[in-house]
Design a protein around this ligand. Structure first.
Ligand code: ATP
Length: 220
């Protein structure tokens, strides 16, 4: 489902960063915060920003929260406020509600009350950074399941000038290069004769074990 209008509850570092990016992407964003200074600051950036307590049903009704396709609850410290705001957005009929959790228990409560997606920004960023620290050429990754991952890897010097058939990660380790991002553009579904260069980024799909073996073989 594609959303066009977003309401963000809580304009701290996390909420304002989401809002700013959505605006850059061309979407409409209403920001809500009980702190006047934060609202003042973000009112220059967002489509609208209002000072309001998001735990009050009447307030959310009056700002027309139900007309938004997607609501993001970006309150961390005040767990009670986060839960109340999330419940109210769901009850008002906001189609998709995403909420930030600061602990496992907070996250479980948010899931129980029907939040569509619970995110743990600090925890997830910590995990991501740990992976990148131990594999410096790992730029990013998406876990498709517990077993399968898509990883973006820098092409190291030792692979520069080699064709995919020479590198042969599928034959050797079982994982496949599904795209090569070159400075000139991206090659989707590259063939055996495509050549890697040092500044390229390869997108690799496979099991965690296969990708690890491949990374290991190229000194990462
Ligand atoms: P950050 O995103 O900066 O890491 P945080 O996780 O520390 O934030 P808080 O600072 O607790 O989270 O909350 C983020 C914002 O949510 C703050 O600007 C705060 O004023 C706002 N906020 C908290 N409770 C409410 C509420 N009931 N109604 C509206 N805004 C609220």
């Amino acid at each position: 489902m594609k959303f066009n209008q977003f309401v963000i509850i809580g304009l701290g570092r996390f909420g304002s960063s989401i809002g700013q990016e959505l605006i850059q992407l061309g979407y409409e964003v209403l920001g809500v915060d009980r702190d006047e200074e934060k609202v003042e600051e973000m009112s220059r950036v967002l489509t609208h920003a209002v000072v309001a307590d998001a735990t009050e049903e009447g307030v959310l009704r009056s700002i027309g929260a139900r007309n938004f396709d997607c609501g993001v609850v970006a309150i961390g410290d005040d767990i009670q406020a986060s839960i109340l705001a999330a419940i109210l957005l769901k009850e008002l009929g906001v189609k998709k509600v995403v909420a930030k959790a600061v602990s496992g228990l907070h996250g479980r409560v948010l899931e129980r009350i029907g939040v569509d997606r619970v995110i743990y920004p600090e925890r997830d960023m910590g995990i991501r950074l740990a992976h990148q620290l131990v594999s410096p050429n790992l730029l990013d990754y998406i876990e498709l399941s517990k077993q399968y991952t898509i990883a973006e890897l820098n092409v190291p010097g030792c692979l520069s000038g080699k064709t995919l058939s020479e590198v042969n990660p599928r034959g050797r380790y079982g994982c496949s290069i599904v795209a090569i991002n070159k400075p000139k553009g991206i090659i989707i579904a590259p063939t055996a004769t495509d050549v890697l260069a040092e500044r390229d980024v390869m997108v690799v799909i496979g099991t965690n074990q296969q990708i690890e073996s491949f990374q290991h073989s190229i000194g990462q």
